[in-house]
Design a protein around this ligand. Structure first.
Ligand code: S3P
Length: 445
């Protein structure tokens, strides 16, 4: 456990990049493993979560090597092809990563192998039923402890049935598990999601040669059809910077007077940009520059200048596109003018921690007025006055909670300490150094 203290800060200034997108990094490794031939990944996020996926893919038989590239490491995956993964001779330990666990359960479900998945205490407390039920449909079997939590032993099937399912939650993890399982099923896998969630899996599968179509079918729902048993061919992938990591710097610059920051090469997949929409509604000075496309994903530079923000009400319909950004948005709301209400955010209770409680209680102990219901969070902003701070906040094995409170420390009267900075390594290695390079004053205790 590393105690980290965030002291009141100077303005944040500079032009930087953030580490690679976590969702895309996991998928590139997994889909590269299921492809024939070599996949070369540029800009892979080299964080604890992604290292867990690298290790698991090797255990499933992928040959994964790292070489030096002109600007950073290159990762080479020599895939096994769909149907070609092998039974691991040890448990697959996916650490803190819900994405790794759920997507890999999907891959194994339609292969004739048995594997056991374990994780850290945070991952072992997260619900897995949402992914197991759809996969039972295709013939996979699971041995699970009460409550459908990890550890889970999967007995996959090599005679998977094509799925035809309507998801109850808009979850890209569940959707991706179903689609990845559908790769090794004959016929069409058809899935309806209640609202569009991030579509990196669909984009990447098409990019690797799968036949997949999406159709808006009214009421915000979307139907995805995958043609089973395609031949995926290894490709070159350039991973953009992670907008969910950039989010901490974006809000940091918006709330710290005098800041002027440019973040280059950030992924702006339209199903991930709810935070930018919300901040613009709060009056933020944000510019999206040089929009371009790389390996089937949109990328841009983002310019941010300090601006006093105002509170907003965010509708439940925005939840899928900013699911991971509520903790950092609640920091922006804390110093905004007026009250903010986040509606329909019950899903936050089953992330790396119960993020609704973590934000409501942590903010209170820093002197911010908050209120929660089972499904909403209300925050009364200070109108730009510094908040009291001075608290020590529990990170709860949750990287985004840890980084959010370090950002709040930038504009607090008294330093804010987090009891454990180690979870930051799951998604944003180098966060503290980068923040200090921009003007922050964060120290390891
Ligand atoms: C992710 C999907 C989201 C998100 C998670 C990453 C993904 O989870 O919270 O951090 O890469 O598919 P849900 O799909 O469960 O909402």
């Amino acid at each position: 456990m590393t105690l980290i203290c965030s002291n009141p800060s100077n303005s944040l200034n500079g032009s930087i990049t953030v580490p690679g997108d976590k969702s895309i990094s996991h998928r590139a490794l997994m889909i590269g493993t299921l492809a024939i031939g070599e996949t070369i990944i540029h800009g892979l996020l080299e964080s604890e979560d992604v290292k867990a996926t690298i290790k698991a893919m090797r255990q499933l038989g992928a040959d994964i090597r790292q070489t030096d590239g002109p600007d950073g490491n290159l990762w080479h995956i020599f895939g096994r092809g769909i149907g070609g993964i092998v039974e691991p001779n040890n448990v697959l330990d996916l650490g803190n990563s819900g994405t790794a666990a759920r997507l890999i359960i999907g891959i194994i479900a339609s292969h004739n192998i048995t594997a056991t998945i374990i994780g850290d205490p945070s991952l072992s407390s997260r619900p897995m039923q949402r992914v197991l039920d759809p996969l039972r449909n295709i013939g996979a079997q699971f041995v699970v402890r009460a409550g459908d939590k990890l550890p889970i032993t999967i007995s996959g099937t090599n005679q998977a049935l094509p799925n035809n399912i309507t998801l109850k939650v808009a979850s890209a993890q569940v959707k991706s598990a179903v689609l990845l399982a559908g790769l090794n099923a004959p016929g069409h896998t058809v899935l309806i999601e209640p609202r569009p969630s991030r579509d990196h899996t669909e984009r990447m599968l098409s990019y690797f040669g799968a036949k997949l179509s999406t159709e808006d079918i009214g009421n915000g729902s979307r139907k995805i059809t995958l043609v089973g048993q395609p031949e995926l061919t290894g490709r070159k992938i350039i991973v953009p910077g992670d907008i969910s990591s950039a989010a901490f710097l974006i809000v940091g610059a918006l709330i710290t007077p005098g800041s002027n920051l440019k973040i280059k090469n950030v992924g702006i997949n339209p199903l991930r940009t709810g935070l930018l929409d919300s901040l613009k509604e709060m009056g933020a000075n944000l510019k999206i520059l040089k929009v371009r496309e790389n390996s089937s994903e949109q990328v841009a530079d983002i310019q941010i200048k300090y601006k006093q923000l105002k509170g907003i009400t965010i509708p439940a319909t925005r939840v899928p596109s900013m699911i991971d950004e509520y903790p950092i948005l609640s920091i922006a709301a804390s110093v905004a003018q007026g009250t903010s209400v986040f509606k329909g955010v019950g899903e936050l209770r089953v992330k790396e921690s119960d993020r609704l409680t973590a934000m409501a209680e942590g903010l209170k102990s820093c002197g911010v007025m908050t209120k929660t219901t089972t499904n909403s969070l209300t925050i009364v902003g200070t109108g730009g006055d510094p908040i009291d701070g001075g608290a020590t906040i529990a990170s709860r094995l949750d990287h985004r909670i840890a980084m959010s409170y370090l950002i709040l420390g930038l504009v607090s009267k008294n330093p804010i300490t987090i009891d454990d900075g180690d979870p930051i390594e799951t998604s944003f290695p180098g966060f503290i150094n980068l923040m200090n390079q921009l003007g922050a004053n964060m120290e390891l205790k």
